[in-house]
Design a binder for this molecule. Structure first.
Ligand code: HXC
Length: 272
């Protein structure tokens, strides 16, 4: 299956097998490409996981497939969860704690996006993306707070680079992701004294993701590789590796930051 990891990851990556033994990760958007590979890496390196999504069948199927990656891994899929509804998230937290014991890491990755000029964007359309990306991230932090506090946990937001410039057709998502970065920084400061870390990862043009396949305007897609200073698209393994670093003890003093994984592409003013 393209864009997913297998057991060769812990044989070939610089990370040690077992570094996440005993850890539990709670992930919104875990059936999507980016979040899925984040979970796969953590599970391969020892963690158990709960992945949440609106679509029950897709979420449960992804969970079952990820669980196969490591003998003994426990991965549960919780469908019917909309991050716009904090109660559905709270219920998913209860289910996770009952089935997996606790939550150490939270990945707030659920997102919605489409391309639209402001002229074609209704107020409801703008609000929909703000609600999924920004309010959904807040709701995820809110619902998992007790677990983060109890376990001196780490919340990792999946952000973007859209808002670093004025990007056409992305007013809604850019505003939402700017808010996500701001929320992440506030949480780092407010929750730091409790031993909780808060960071974000900002993927750039990653091959095989919706950001490239559906959301990159055609004129940019054709020139994507030459527009990236590192002269290649990113891979899902690039995202997995950065995620593992951030959640590992190697990053125990890293909080309040955005890790941009984009080959420096946004700095040319053409982010994915
Ligand atoms: C203009 C649009 C539109 C479009 C929807 N709307 N698509 N407006 N152009 N292409 C409007 C609708 O007309 C409606 O407004 C409002 O948005 C809400 O639409 P619904 O379909 O009712 O919302 P909902 O069912 O909640 O769906 C949310 C969604 C959808 C965001 C619109 O695309 C979705 O669920 N996506 C989830 C998957 C996804 O997008 N993943 C991408 C993540 S990648 P009116 O006024 O008509 O009622 C990502 C990477 C970012 O985020 C960086 C990459 C560049």
């Amino acid at each position: 299956m393209p864009n997913t990891l297998d057991s060769s990851y812990y044989e070939t990556s610089i990370y040690k097998k077992g570094i996440f033994d005993g850890k539990v990760v709670f992930v919104t958007g875990g059936a999507g490409t980016i979040c899925r590979v984040q979970v796969e890496a953590l599970v391969l390196l020892g963690a158990n996981a709960a992945i949440l999504g609106r679509r029950t069948e897709a979420t449960e199927k992804a969970a079952a497939e990820i669980q196969q990656l490591r003998p003994g891994a426990k991965v549960i899929g919780i469908g019917g969860v909309d991050v716009r509804d904090v109660k559905s998230l709270a219920s998913a937290v209860d289910t996770t704690v009952k089935q997996l014991g606790k939550i150490d890491f939270v990945i707030a990755g659920a997102a919605g996006n489409f391309l639209s000029h402001v002229g074609g964007l209704s107020a409801r359309a703008f609000k929909t993306v703000i609600d999924i990306d920004l309010l959904g991230s807040y709701n995820t932090a809110k619902a998992t707070f007790d677990q983060l506090r109890a376990n001196k946990g780490h919340i990792l937001f999946v952000s973007a680079t859209l808002h670093y410039i004025g990007l056409p057709m992305q007013a809604h998502a850019s505003a939402a992701k700017a808010g996500v970065d701001s929320l992440m920084r506030t949480l780092a400061v407010e929750l730091g004294p409790l031993g909780i870390q808060s960071n974000a990862i900002a993927p750039g043009p990653i091959a095989g993701t919706e950001g490239i396949d559906r959301l990159l305007p055609e004129h940019l897609a054709k020139r994507a590789v030459e527009l990236v200073p590192l002269q290649r698209l990113g891979t899902t393994t690039d995202i997995a590796n950065a995620t593992v670093f951030l959640l590992s003890p190697a990053a125990s003093y890293v909080t309040g930051t955005v890790t941009v994984v984009d080959g420096a592409s946004w700095q040319l003013g053409e982010p994915s």
